[in-house]
Design a protein around this ligand. Structure first.
Ligand SMILES: *Cc1c(COP(=O)(O)O)cnc(C)c1O
Length: 393
């Protein structure tokens, strides 16, 4: 072979013994032994990888791990997919389930991007969106009885930023009774604290950008279902819509998952302490944390979750200007829109995530001018408390 050809040609990797850690398969395509193997893999007679938008060893390994976590209580295997973002997981899952003319029942206090996706994209494709109080089960059953076009109940629990919860088992049971699929965004709880598939929910989606990655270093998503047929439908939708995850980000999730249990335990311990500290603080008028008995959904959360998580929100005394001043006085904690990282992050919804939502609508969902959201980190809790205290004055 000439030298310039040698530069171009790939060598077979010199793999002798198995790598201990998951390799990053940075390859767009895979090679077949011979033409017959190609035919067998393309026709589905033999399992194998073809093209990384369809699947890749790094992606598939991490997807399987998340599926095993979500399916930990099931007596059968759950199936997972990795996507390029949480939004891609949500659009792929919903896109695989609904068609033009169908209706989706959901709640008003979804992640902002999801509400926008439903209103601006799915409505345009002829999907009707019904916003309802998912706590009012009699009303949901009325909808299911009277509207045969309802094909999906989509929910979030605990929801952003008031941590309002929905009864997963009750919604799962209603879905099964009326043959309607149910899907949940399980980003806030993670499978370590809440496993909706075991409570009868059909599909779990994640923004893996948050707790699953845990270190704020990539944008990724995941979809898990226990329904093999639905999994195949979602895989086809993902393949065609193209929201595939890249191998490096998948590897980052794999890295994050190693400490998920440790991190979530510490997030829960710290958040409980911060919630209790804030609840008795003179300059705090309200605290929303499901670990507090004062939260309206404390009992429900206790029943369906194994811990209360790291997310909470609270209202500071005074007006919006005083809330902004409080945030600007923080030294240790950081103001940023994401959540689920190892460090403590604060967000002021009224001036950021909900800036374009009318005041009436946001107040209706518990988002007042003075509400602040905290993603409590895993630092020493005294440092977090000290910073909040000095900033609250
Ligand atoms: C961040 C987030 C999303 C969107 O995820 P991306 O990874 O940013 O696309 C969806 N749902 C919830 C609850 C989130 O917090």
């Amino acid at each position: 072979m000439k030298l310039d050809s040698l530069c171009v040609k790939g060598l077979d990797p010199l793999i002798t013994t198995k790598s201990h850690q998951l390799p990053i398969y940075a390859t767009s395509s895979f090679v077949f032994e011979d033409t017959q193997e190609g035919i067998d893999i393309f026709s589905g007679d033999k399992s194998g990888h073809v093209y990384s938008r369809y699947g890749n060893p790094t992606l598939d390994t991490v997807a399987r791990k998340i599926a095993m976590l979500e399916g930990a209580d099931l007596d059968r295997e759950a199936h997972g997919l990795l996507t390029s973002s949480g939004m891609s997981a949500i659009s792929t899952a919903i896109g695989a389930i609904v068609k033009s003319g169908d209706s989706i029942i959901t709640q008003g206090d979804l992640y902002g991007g999801t509400t926008e996706m439903l209103n601006r994209l799915f409505k345009r494709f002829g999907v009707n969106i019904i916003y309802a109080d998912l706590k009012n089960l009699a009303k949901i059953e009325d909808y299911l009885k009277s509207d045969k076009d309802i094909n999906l109940i989509y929910l979030e629990t605990p929801a952003n930023p008031t941590l309002a919860c929905v009864d997963l088992e009750a919604i799962g049971t209603l879905g099964q009774k009326y043959g309607v699929k149910t899907a949940i965004d399980n980003t806030f709880a993670t499978p370590y604290l809440q496993r909706p598939l075991s409570l009868g929910i059909d599909v779990v989606v994640h923004s893996a950008t948050k707790y699953l990655n845990g270190h704020g270093q990539s944008i990724t998503g995941a979809i898990v279902t226990k329904d093999k047929e639905l999994h195949h439908q979602m895989w086809e939708t993902l393949k065609l819509m193209g929201g595939t995850c890249n191998p490096f980000d998948a590897w980052m999730i794999n890295h994050g998952l190693k400490t998920l249990a440790l991190r979530m335990d510490k997030h829960c311990i710290n958040a409980q302490k911060i919630a209790e500290f804030l609840e008795q603080h003179n300059n705090v008028t309200k605290v929303n944390y499901i670990g507090l008995e004062s939260h309206p959904d404390h009992a429900l959360a206790k029943r369906q979750m194994s811990g209360f998580g790291g997310m909470l929100s609270f209202e500071t005394k005074g007006d919006i200007e005083q809330t902004k001043q409080f945030l600007d006085r923080l030294n240790f904690c950081t103001q940023t829109p994401t959540l689920g990282d190892t460090d403590t992050l604060l967000l002021h919804p009224a001036s950021s995530s909900h800036l374009n939502v009318s005041k009436d609508l946001r107040v209706q969902h518990g988002i007042s001018d003075t509400l602040v959201r905290i993603s409590v980190g895993i630092e020493n809790v005294e440092d977090i408390m000290f910073d909040l205290d000095q900033a609250l004055m």
